[in-house]
Design a protein around this ligand. Sequence first.
Ligand SMILES: [Zn+2]
Length: 142
Amino acid sequence: MMLYSGASNGDICRMNNDKQLLCIECAKLHNPAQMCPVHPEEPLLDPDDDDVRFELMNLDDRARSRTYTRWMIGLGGLGLVLATAGYFLFKIYVNGVIEAFWAETIGGGVVGGGFIGFLVARKTYKQRFGQWTMDGQKNESV
Ligand SMILES: [Zn+2]
């Protein structure tokens, strides 16, 4: 009986704590509750918890590599198509000259496209949880 009431008091204290909790779908803080008010399926997490921070870093890392992979493969592929098309187009007019450089032409298209993709990804990618993770603190102090 004593033990039970002690435990429930502890729970009540924690519930009454007005520290805001994080929803990983919104990447925003909400008033303390079990679930996010916007996403009823998402439990709210304590961003001061090391395990939560670790998970946030993982989510950011995965989102970062997804963004980079998508843009670099996308634009690298586009570069491949354009360089190949350009190669065959030029071949009609300046046959013999470009033929010696087919690898450079097509390779250059892929590398150029991939590099543009890298730059676009760097512009596009935004860390969602930086303010709650080590990464964010590192960025601020640099
Ligand atoms: Zn949410």
